[in-house]
Design a protein around this ligand. Structure first.
Ligand code: C5P
Length: 240
């Protein structure tokens, strides 16, 4: 029973158009070292013992393509379900939340576009969420960040010491993320991540140290970096 109440479901928004990539093939299916980007994301999630089930949202109409090109071509250790996403990331996550089974205790949201996530970080995120109820992976900001006006004149320099670049996974108790999305929908609020929806309910979100490797593949140069990082990882495994 305890096992059942602590069940974690991973939901994966992967329904973006990937316009910034400038490629005909949609982002989840772009090849990284000869395998689709989404393969790496799903492999990390499926290899994480604490994750019971995985649900992926793909662009409407791509469900069959994803099934054939990713799920049937490669072996994954877990049951993976595909659904049609929405017109925004938030809408895709809302649709995914509707499919989360009632007995789930935690919901882990991870962007399909972050293929370098590791099982170790996923397990850490889940363990911390059991304590804190709402967590995000993040890394300290490396660059100096300034705010500018429309004419590109700098208005102020923001102290870097307290700035964090927020990543996924973002993990929440099911009731918290469910209510956050419901309220955002009712109030017409659009956030750039799920934590923003939770924060505005007054719920404290805790940062878990992420990794600079856990990049979001957005533009063509990110693909080169992701391939290099995956190769480095593969070579490290061989050397062991
Ligand atoms: O656009 P952005 O880089 O923020 O997308 C982050 C993630 O959200 C990506 O994995 C993308 O596929 C997903 N997304 C989605 N549905 C949309 C838009 C983006 O699932 N309509």
């Amino acid at each position: 029973m305890a096992q059942l109440t602590m069940k974690t479901i991973a939901i994966v928004p992967a329904a973006g158009t990937g316009e910034r990539m400038g490629n005909n093939r949609k982002k989840p299916y772009l090849l990284l070292n000869e395998r689709p980007l989404l393969y790496y994301t799903l492999t990390a999630l499926a290899s994480t013992p604490s994750i019971a089930q995985i649900i992926v949202a793909v662009a409407p109409g791509d469900e069959e393509f994803c099934q054939q090109q990713v799920l049937e071509k490669f072996h994954f250790k877990k049951n993976i379900q595909i659904i049609a996403g929405g017109s925004s990331r938030q809408e895709s996550v809302s649709r995914l939340l509707e499919r989360v089974p009632d007995e789930a205790h935690l919901v882990l949201v991870h962007d399909g576009a972050r293929p370098l996530i590791t099982s170790e970080l996923l397990e850490q995120a889940i363990a911390e969420t059991r304590v804190w109820k709402a967590t995000v992976l993040a890394v300290p900001v490396k660059d100096t960040i300034k705010a500018a006006n429309d004419a590109l004149q700098i208005e102020k320099t923001i102290s870097r010491e307290r700035l964090w670049a927020i990543q996924t996974p973002q993990t929440f108790e099911r009731s918290i993320i469910g209510e956050a999305h419901q309220r955002a929908r009712q109030q017409g609020f659009i956030g750039t991540d799920d934590a923003a929806l939770v924060e505005r309910m007054g719920v404290q979100v805790k940062i878990v140290m992420g990794s600079y490797d856990n990049i979001k593949v957005t533009t063509p140069e990110d693909l080169i970096v992701a391939e290099a990082l995956l190769k480095k990882r593969r070579n490290n495994r061989r050397d062991r």
